[in-house]
Design a protein around this ligand. Structure first.
Ligand SMILES: Cc1cc2nc3c(=O)[nH]c(=O)nc-3n(C[C@H](O)[C@H](O)[C@H](O)COP(=O)(O)O)c2cc1C
Ligand SMILES: CCCCC(=O)C(=O)O
Length: 380
């Protein structure tokens, strides 16, 4: 009998066995000394919760709304690049699992399956995350493609104009387009489930970037490619340009400072994502959960405050809600589920977090996810 999967850590272990090392480590690791990656987790672990008893918690409601749309719980799937290399068709499987669970899915600019492929395979609208490229015409096209695919929100990522170095990416030879070397072909050949999923996938290279990555003469590391393509001049004035192309819901992701949060609210964005990119960008940036309360205080209810960074359980999500987040996003937890078992693994991640959130609510005397306040945090 196999040991049952009881938490996201188990899915991570399974993914580690099933996904080729270069791709697993791309998902799993952080930038430089990984101080921020570790801080995201350590900060959650420092928060203690108040146990309450005798308060009739039989009926608990996890349902809420994000950007005005009903969701079954305050959770969304974060945009992650190269998702379709953790498991063939990863973006489609992720979007499907999210739709079935009643939560939003965000597709990355750097996805393997294209906007159109995900749109054709999934009925429920998804969000699209955009990176602003030096080539503004191409950026405009991306946004227009998202509009044509009826994406329900556009998420502008602000914290990766220049890439923070991830040592494992370089050591593993991760490249654009993905390159087959003798070492990784042996690794891939020893991962039969993964290889089978890739054979059947609709796309094996960056689906949104046709014409920009095919030329193998210009094969480069991810960081080199980003340095050539992403626009480091990105600034607040660009928001007006984006607004003119995209009239729908607009989210800005990568806010980590109350001052920037206020500016985002001043610019009328519908939501911000408090994020340090999962510890993959500025190393020594604070843990997101540590800065969340000051950001919530800075913007009040002028914009919806979403949160990511280190969420691996329903307890973590509960703590984020207690610190003032409207909802949380998962990057790595999603990818671990996907790498472990494809769509079923993503569903398992979501359902684990749902059950953990529900039990945590019960044990802290909470019955409505929309009414969780910082009162649930233990203060000695
Ligand atoms: C493998 C991987 C790829 C990512 N790619 C993107 C991306 O393409 N665009 C983006 O805005 N954020 C990207 N992120 C950041 C996530 O959206 C999110 O901010 C982060 O993963 C949250 O932290 P967590 O992984 O601890 O949940 C990526 C994260 C990971 C782990
Ligand atoms: C391929 C680089 C962009 C994807 C990304 O945002 C990340 O790896 O964190």
């Amino acid at each position: 009998m196999t040991t049952p999967i009881t938490n996201v850590a188990d899915l991570r272990e399974l993914a580690k066995r099933r996904v080729p090392r270069a791709f697993f480590e791309y998902a799993d690791r952080g930038s430089y000394d990984e101080i921020t990656l570790k801080a995201n987790r350590a900060a959650f672990e420092r928060i203690a919760l108040r146990q309450r008893v005798m308060c009739d918690v039989d009926n608990r409601s996890l349902a809420t709304d994000i950007l005005g749309e009903p969701v079954s719980m305050p959770l969304a799937i974060a945009p992650t690049g190269l998702t379709g290399l953790q498991h063939g068709a990863g973006e489609i499987l992720g979007a499907r699992a999210a739709a079935k669970a009643g939560i939003p899915f965000c597709l990355s600019t750097m996805s393997i399956c294209s906007i159109e492929q995900v749109r054709a395979a999934v009925d429920t609208p998804f969000w699209f995350q955009v990176y602003v490229m030096r080539d503004r015409g191409f950026t405009r096209d991306l946004i227009q493609r998202a509009k044509a695919a009826e994406c329900s929100a556009l998420m502008l990522t602000a914290d990766l104009t220049v890439q923070g170095q991830r040592h494992r990416e370089i050591k593993n030879g991760l490249s654009v387009p993905p390159k087959i070397t003798l070492r990784n072909i042996l690794d891939m050949a020893s991962k039969p489930r993964w290889a089978w999923s890739m054979l059947r996938a609709p796309s094996r290279s960056f689906g949104n970037l046709q014409g920009r990555v095919e030329n193998t003469d210009s094969l480069s590391t991810l960081a080199q490619w980003i340095a050539k393509q992403f626009d480091p001049r990105l600034n607040w004035r660009d928001l007006e340009w984006i607004r003119a192309i995209w009239p729908g819901k607009l989210i800005i992701k990568g806010i980590l400072d109350p001052h920037d949060a206020r500016l985002a609210a001043d610019h009328g964005v519908d939501a911000i994502v408090v994020s340090n990119h999962g510890g993959r960008q500025l190393d020594s940036a604070p843990a997101t959960i540590d800065v969340l309360p000051s950001i919530v205080q800075a913007v009040g209810d002028r914009t919806q405050v979403l949160f990511d960074g280190g969420i691996l359980s329903g307890q973590d999500l509960f703590k984020a809600l207690a610190c003032g987040a409207h909802a949380g996003l998962i990057g790595k937890a999603f990818l671990y589920g996907l790498g472990a078992m494809g769509e079923a693994g993503v569903t398992q991640t979501i359902e684990l977090i749902r059950r953990e959130l529900s039990v945590t609510m019960a044990l802290t005397g909470q019955t409505d996810v929309r009414r969780i306040t910082n009162d649930v945090i233990w203060r000695a």
